[in-house]
Design a protein around this ligand. Structure first.
Ligand SMILES: Cc1ncc(COP(=O)(O)O)c(C=O)c1O
Length: 491
């Protein structure tokens, strides 16, 4: 046996095909000098015998090496390592030692404001369990079906033939599929030209706000609010007018007082399960909001990120489905519905607005992943998505109740909360004698990540509250997480 053969040993229990493992090991042997340029490789029959694999596997490995120019094939003589190896080594052009990205930056650049005026979140190194702020369970989402669709499209010739510009607004197939889908699920009457596919709802917020806000403009938001939406508006130079909210949602009388004082450009609302408080905007407030927007002519950015998950009641149709003369920009996300890793969101607005947003979007992202878009369209059209939404609603409903039950049993006296109608998280307020900041550090030491809630605090208010996501944990994980939390609270 030639000495390098002991380095090849392919593993049968990994997902990597055997032929690639053999090819990669041969490349490593060449790189490390165990196999020298010009040296002869064993015949395929012989190597197959030594490695105890099928000869076709070795032929495939040799073909792979040849395709990558690591080998040469000589007629009658077999395969040998190429004399000119295909490694590209860049030439040095400076006598300076390798420079790095260390040291002080001397050019001026804009510094982003810190994430919170308060202490930064403590670092957590690979926690054993995570109490997130409300994300879907990857294990339930039909990601295997989605990526099977994706895979089947990889080699499809139309991938290369689609005119690039036509993809700037997102996959045409997805935009077409969303027309009947949003008609059925949300009562929206739209055309593909009203839809823009983005990399998630966050990108939709940023793009829409960029066209609605100029520095110095007034923007109405609920207090507390989804912190990253506030950051976007502030980054664009907006002055935020923070409106209190109760269990019916944002206080529109307080909003009207602001409208009388200032010219308002935009109001940001999360009508279902407001982030962070999970309150749903009541039908009366929805009517008042539409009237206010018409009276003072401001835009409404309707973030319906959590629309699909409802347990105690059915959802309300979006504000965007009512008559609004193009004042409403509606947005949502597949990232919330399926998995945070599936980066696909949507914006629905008047065609003229979408046309303008498109011009901005191509400056930061030429187009969204249209293969992903086409794959999502397939799941919508064959009913897989609707089936998943039904299944997830049933499971998340159970998980919401389980989390509430566990908190009632184990965290009694330390927390209070209102069971949300839907969504993926509960807004949990800790009693003042139990500072979340300390609890989060103690939980972290026990392997549980829990946000310290600082991101919601303002200079005036410390909420001592956090969103606790229930969707991503199964019963066993949730029981363990609450048990650790209990120890972190009561010691
Ligand atoms: C209210 C709200 N809107 C938008 C987003 C952004 O979602 P995406 O992951 O789709 O960008 C989030 C994410 O947490 C959110 O909570």
């Amino acid at each position: 046996m030639q000495p390098f053969i002991s380095l090849l040993a392919p593993q049968r229990d990994t997902s990597s095909p055997l032929y690639l493992q053999i090819a990669n090991s041969l490349v490593s042997a060449i790189r490390s000098g165990h196999l020298l340029p010009g040296s002869k490789l064993p015949g395929t029959r012989e190597l197959a015998k030594q490695l105890k694999v099928h000869r076709k596997t070795v032929i495939a490995a040799y073909n792979e090496l040849y395709a990558q120019s690591w080998t040469e094939v000589l007629p009658q003589k077999g395969t040998r390592v190429a004399r000119n190896l295909p490694e590209i080594k860049a030439k040095t052009w400076s006598k300076e030692p390798d420079s790095s990205f260390e040291g002080t930056i001397t050019v001026p650049f804009y510094k982003m404001p810190p994430p919170s005026p308060f202490t930064p979140m403590h670092p957590v190194i690979t926690p054993h369990l995570i109490l997130d702020e409300g994300i879907a369970d990857n294990r339930l989402a039909p990601l295997d079906l989605l990526f099977r669709e994706y895979r089947s499209r990889l080699k499809h010739s139309y991938t290369n033939r689609t005119v690039q510009g036509a993809l700037a607004a997102g996959s045409p197939l997805l935009r077409e599929s969303l027309v009947p889908y949003f008609g059925e699920t949300r009562g929206l009457s739209i055309q593909p030209s009203n839809i823009l596919i983005t990399q998630g709802a966050q990108m939709s917020i940023y793009l829409a706000a960029s066209l609605l806000i100029r520095p110095g403009d007034y923007v109405l938001v609920a207090e507390p609010n989804y912190f990253l939406a506030n950051k976007v508006f502030e980054q664009l130079g907006a002055k935020l007018l923070k409106i209190p909210a109760d269990d019916q949602g944002i206080d529109l009388q307080a909003a009207e007082i602001c409208c009388k004082k200032h010219r308002i450009s935009m109001m940001y609302v999360i009508p279902h399960h407001h982030h962070p408080t999970t309150v749903t905007l009541s039908p009366e407030r929805r009517m008042q909001l539409l009237e206010l927007s018409a009276k003072y002519n401001f835009a409404i950015l309707e973030d319906d990120y959590d629309y699909d998950f409802h347990y105690s009641s059915t959802p309300y149709l979006p504000l965007a489905g009512s008559k609004h003369n193009g004042r409403i920009i509606y947005l949502g996300s597949f990232s919330k519905l399926l998995s945070t890793s599936v980066r696909a969101g949507f914006m629905i607005a008047h065609k003229d607005f979408i046309d303008q947003v498109l011009r901005l979007r191509v400056l930061i992202d030429l187009r969204s992943d249209h293969l992903l878009g086409d794959s999502l369209a397939a799941l919508i059209n064959n009913g897989d998505l609707a089936r998943y939404v039904k299944k997830a609603n049933k499971i998340y409903h159970h998980r919401r109740d389980k989390l509430c039950e566990l908190m009632d049993q184990q965290l009694k006296g330390a927390v209070n909360y209102k069971k949300p109608d839907g969504g993926m998280a509960v807004w949990v307020k800790f009693n003042p004698e139990y500072p979340l900041k300390d609890i989060s550090v103690r939980a972290s030491a026990k392997g549980l990540y829990l946000s310290n809630g600082e991101i919601y605090n303002t200079e005036q208010t410390s909420y001592n509250a956090v969103r606790i996501g229930f969707a991503s944990l199964n019963t066993k994980e949730m029981e363990e997480a609450v048990q650790i939390l209990k120890q972190a609270i009561f010691g």
